[in-house]
Design a protein around this ligand. Structure first.
Ligand code: BYC
Length: 486
């Protein structure tokens, strides 16, 4: 690299805001971000992890965007975390890969005609990030181990960084409107009646750690799919931002998958030790202080169905317009072998016709939310199969299964009907009568709440979850991931 040039892989840590976007040479945006910064810190202190603002947490911070080694681990007080602006390296001469502008150079600025659409999508993406921190803010006090507590906080600070990522785009490319949106992102609150977060699932509660692990498995995976689709965008800064966010997102899904996997492992181990064969012998299993598999299935049904709503309507003009304009692509668009315009293609979509579930071919452009959702379901199956292997290995006759996509839906085609987890359509009374068989009951929630006792001894784990196979940053089993009192 010539002398004097900044390596775009390296992050500049000299100013208030770490970045690899040459912020010191961009006074307007630097000022806008520095003006936004105190409000962000106030928000973090008000709405971030409750009770742990002074704790020293063993966190990773991005120091580069090089996939081979981008993070450094150290103890940090969360309000001092270096939230920065990190874009994946530019792809030289990148061309637009799909839609009406396919083959044209990617945009470095926002085209006037797509300004509203891009601003809306960036704002929605940005809104989910602080929302999840708000949803999880009470969980530190009931962490099943210091290892899990640290993972929770790592997820939280990175969701905070993802908010910074979207705010940078809003402030750099959308002028006054962008600055206003950035302010609003700090004002909305998850679950608040007057000023809720924008998407449904981000206003739900995350009452316990089972929900946290399910959320990071299912809902963060929606994050992955949406970021993959936005990483294909013709708007190059958005694409580069999302590409780097995906690197961080992988850890969040790891936390979810291994978290649920460790719950299953502990349950199976306890059942075997007590000689219990029947996974439905709930009373005896719960007496062991572990979480029975049918309850986990119900938690899974809830989080999977809530997350499906985040893909929007199965047939959507918004999705068609976003694709046709080049703003949002398909999952791994660059690996798909077709014309990338989709003007004549169709896509099979499950629809609700006269209260029955039928498959119809719709114009492929209108079916893009459904297509992304289908890709998501395939991705979920991979993780669920790995959980089932743990159960199988323990010799217990039980399989976790994803419910039908029509089950328990509030958005899209199936919000108009009631279906059971097998996809059979029922009337409202029949659905209500079986509600507690398919979704967490008050009794399930009470039982899980009773298990949520903090375990804050280094190397200790709550009764209901197994220790991880390896530590974070290869640390030993008794490593003090969070120094709570210091
Ligand atoms: N709740 O044509 P439609 C993540 C609205 S998660 C409330 O059906 P469209 C993360 C919609 O806004 C990923 N409203 O859907 C995970 C529209 O309203 P307007 C977040 C909803 O627009 C864990 C109307 O219904 N990123 O990163 O094709 C932790 C009709 O819309 C919902 C993104 O979502 C809902 N569930 O698709 C932390 C990417 N669904 O405009 C972070 C950006 C729809 O008519 N967003 N509506 O008033 C998008 O791509 C799209 O906005 C959506 C919806 C996929 C969400």
């Amino acid at each position: 690299m010539p002398d004097g040039m900044v390596n775009p892989m390296d992050v500049d840590y000299d100013g208030l805001i770490p970045n690899n976007v040459n912020l010191h040479a961009d006074a307007r945006v630097r000022k806008a971000l520095e003006t936004w910064h105190p409000g962000y810190i106030d928000w973090w202190k008000d709405m971030g992890p409750e009770g742990f603002q002074e704790a020293l947490v063993y966190l990773r911070t991005a120091i580069s965007v090089d996939p081979k080694g981008w993070a450094r681990f150290d103890y940090v007080r969360m309000p001092d975390y270096k939230w920065g602006i990190l874009l994946a390296p530019a792809v030289e001469n990148r061309l637009i890969g799909f839609g009406a502008h396919k083959g044209e150079p990617a945009w470095q600025e926002v085209p006037g005609e797509y300004r509203g659409m891009l601003r809306r999508l960036i704002t929605i993406q940005g809104d989910t990030e602080p929302a999840s921190v708000e949803q999880q803010r009470h969980l530190g006090t009931t962490a099943p181990s210091l290892y899990d507590m640290r993972n929770l906080f790592q997820v939280n600070v990175e969701e905070g960084r993802h908010l910074w990522a979207m705010v940078y785009l809003l402030q750099k490319y959308f002028g006054k409107d962008g600055r206003e949106e950035a302010e609003e992102l700090l004002k909305r609150r998850s679950g608040n009646e007057d000023s809720p977060r924008m998407l449904g699932a981000f206003n739900e509660v995350t009452p316990d750690w089972v929900s946290f692990f399910m959320f990071t498995f299912f809902t963060d995976r929606d994050g992955k799919m949406q970021l993959e689709a936005l990483a294909q965008s013709a708007f190059d800064p958005l694409s580069r931002t999302c590409r780097f966010m995906l690197t961080e997102e992988a850890h969040h899904m790891f936390v979810g998958e291994t978290g649920v996997g460790r719950i299953i492992e502990r349950t199976c181990e306890a059942m075997r030790a007590a000689g219990i064969q029947d996974p439905h012998d709930v009373e005896r299993i719960r007496a062991l202080g572990v979480i029975d598999l049918p309850t986990l299935q119900r938690k899974m049904n809830l989080h999977f169905s809530l997350t499906l709503d985040l893909f929007g309507s199965e047939v959507s003009t918004n999705a068609a317009n976003a694709y046709n304009s080049g703003v949002k692509g398909r999952y791994r668009e660059d690996r798909i072998d077709d014309d990338h315009r989709l003007l004549d293609a169709t896509y099979p979509v499950l629809r609700c016709v006269e209260c029955a579930i039928v498959q119809e071919a719709v114009p492929a452009l209108s079916g893009l939310n459904m297509r992304l959702r289908d890709d998501y379901v395939v991705d979920c199956h991979g993780g669920v199969n790995r959980w089932n292997k743990v159960i199988e290995k323990a010799g217990i006759a039980f399989r976790l299964t994803l419910p039908h996509v029509a089950f328990n839906r509030l958005i899209g085609e199936f919000s108009r009907l009631h279906a059971n987890p097998d996809g059979q359509v029922l009337d409202a009374c029949a659905f209500a009568a079986s509600h507690d068989r398919w979704l967490p009951s008050a009794d399930d929630n009470l039982y899980i709440a009773g298990l949520m006792k903090p375990m804050d001894q280094a190397g200790g784990y709550a009764s209901w979850i197994a220790a991880p196979k390896v530590g974070i940053d290869n640390k030993p089993g008794n490593f003090e991931y969070v120094k709570i009192w210091n």
